[in-house]
Design a protein around this ligand. Structure first.
Ligand code: ZN
Ligand code: ZN
Ligand code: ZN
Length: 448
């Protein structure tokens, strides 16, 4: 019955081989010229069966022989039942003729090649066929599959496990019914062959079957994939695909942000390397202004590099400390030193010091200090414009001041005071006879 290579038609008789339950059997074909085909005789019933134009086709012979075997087995079981009934009715009749008759049941009259088979072989074959025939008799139990379609909502993969206990045998998609047969099916031997046997009938009310139905209706999240129906698997796959899509998007976003972060980190590293190796004038002010603008690390790096190449100079943004240091540099070292340090370290310019740093002026008294002079000096040093008071939270009043003097240096040398147009520094004891007005420079010049 398996596919054989095509052979050319021939009229020469051939030897045809057929595999049977008893082994390979050989048949001699004969060519029928009128039909232009070969024929062989069945070894069980002697009927002629077509064997193809080349005499090598065993398909029809195989079919015929199987039906022959079934018919024989049926006949045999009928004989056996008959004999049993006769035996029950007439127990005194000797049983030998019955055995003979049951034996002759297999010996079909007209067989051209009598089959030489042992009694044991006959018995096993008939048992097998009996079983086959019996099971064929039970139509199985039809269950209306209310869960859904008989094709999509039944977990067919369950039957990979042979212990499940039943199997679907046929389907009626119009009434949405599946016919099941229990593994313990007894067939029609019990009686009416059109009705299901007892094990088949009990199948729908079994716990395992009810569980399968329940799972087909509603699946739990922890249910084994093996128990899912095709439709439930489809739904699961669709859900998983949606999750995959979401996770793929998240992964792409993460990859992008990761790339961005890596670039930023490498920019920060380059900034640190630059600061460590080069002296950037006004670094604090550059970073402060970049932060205020929200510049990226890459932008800050570009600004720093341009500053080093004298292509960019940061403007303004000095804090009190820088102003104080610049003022001290100018006061102690002079404007030229301030200019040099302005270029080298980013200190303020002389003009900025003049504009921003107001220096309080102490007016020396020409004679005995008057209260006006004292007030003017206090005003000059502690006026909030000159010296802004320290800020205390939750306090609207100004804090007090403490004045302390220590190590006042005296320089025994007169000095001209441009604010008063007067000479300062004369000995009070020896010049007490002269009025302070007389010592004003203008009066001296006028006096000359
Ligand atoms: Zn036959
Ligand atoms: Zn059954
Ligand atoms: Zn003196």
């Amino acid at each position: 019955m398996s596919s054989k290579p095509r052979v050319k038609p021939t009229s020469v008789p051939q030897v045809l081989q057929l595999s049977t339950p008893d082994g390979i059997r050989e048949y001699q074909t004969r060519y029928i010229a009128a039909k232009r085909t070969h024929e062989v005789d069945c070894d069980l019933c002697g009927m002629s069966v077509t064997a193809g134009t080349a005499g090598n086709s065993d398909y029809r012979l195989g079919l015929h022989r199987t039906s022959c075997l079934l018919a024989q087995a049926k006949e045999q079981s009928k004989q056996a039942r008959l004999a049993a009934r006769q035996q029950a009715q007439a127990p005194l009749i000797p049983s030998a003729p019955q055995e003979e008759s049951s034996d002759t049941g297999l010996e079909t009259p007209g067989a051209t090649t009598p089959r030489p088979s042992s009694p044991i072989e006959k018995q096993s074959l008939s048992c097998y066929l009996d079983e086959l025939e019996d099971k064929k008799g039970c139509p199985g139990i039809g269950v209306k599959w209310t869960t859904g379609s008989v094709w999509g909502d039944y977990p067919y993969i369950l039957h990979e496990n042979p212990d499940i206990g039943w199997e679907p045998i046929s389907f009626d998609s119009q009434t949405n019914t599946i016919y099941f047969r229990s593994d313990r099916c007894k067939g029609s031997s019990q009686g009416n062959s059109t009705k299901a046997c007892q094990p088949c009938k009990q199948l729908p009310s079994s716990v395992t079957f009810a569980n399968v139905q329940e799972r087909a209706k509603e699946v739990k999240s922890h249910t084994n994939l093996r128990y899912l129906t095709s439709r439930q698997k489809d739904a699961l796959i669709a859900k998983l695909l949606r999750q995959v899509e979401i996770m793929r998007t998240q992964l792409n976003n993460t990859k992008k942000s990761n790339k961005r972060n890596n670039t930023q980190i490498s920019d920060f590293k380059r900034i640190i390397a630059l600061i460590a190796s080069e002296e950037v004038a006004g670094l604090r002010r550059i970073l402060e202004q970049a932060l205020a603008r929200g510049s990226s690390p890459r932008k800050v790096l570009v600004i720093l590099e341009r500053t080093l190449r004298k292509l960019y100079r940061v403007r303004g943004g000095f804090n009190e400390r820088e102003l104080d240091i610049s003022f001290l540099v100018k006061a102690i070292g002079g404007p030229k030193l301030l200019y040099a340090l302005q270029k080298a370290l980013g200190l303020t310019s002389v003009s900025t010091i003049r504009r921003r740093h107001r220096v309080p002026k102490l007016l020396p008294s020409l004679a005995t200090p008057t209260s006006e002079e004292v007030h003017a000096n206090i005003q000059a040093f502690f006026c909030p414009d000159i010296k802004p008071p320290p800020k205390f939270p939750n306090c609207s009043e100004l804090p007090g001041n403490v004045m302390m003097f220590d190590g006042v240096a005296l320089e025994g040398r007169p000095r001209y005071c441009p604010d008063r147009d007067a000479i300062l520094g004369l000995c009070r004891e020896h010049s007490s006879r002269m009025g302070p007005i007389d010592w004003k420079v203008s009066s001296v010049i006028q006096g000359q």
